[in-house]
Design a protein around this ligand. Structure first.
Ligand SMILES: [Zn+2]
Length: 57
């Protein structure tokens, strides 16, 4: 199973995340690399804090 970041399309290798076409295209799994995962979590946090502040106002 090869994991590909659905944001930046990096492929997960034993050595880490690299910008490379996955060799095995039949068993691709989409996820987030640590970098994009942090960005997504920030976005979610921003979004939820905005939701909170708008509901308070
Ligand atoms: Zn990524």
């Amino acid at each position: 199973m090869t994991t590909v970041c659905c944001v930046c399309n990096k492929t997960k290798k034993r050595s880490g995340w690299v910008r490379e076409q996955p060799s095995d295209k039949t068993s691709l799994s989409h996820g987030y690399c640590p970098e994009c995962f942090c960005k997504v979590m920030k976005k979610i946090n921003d979004y939820s804090s905005k939701q909170l502040s708008s509901s308070e106002a």
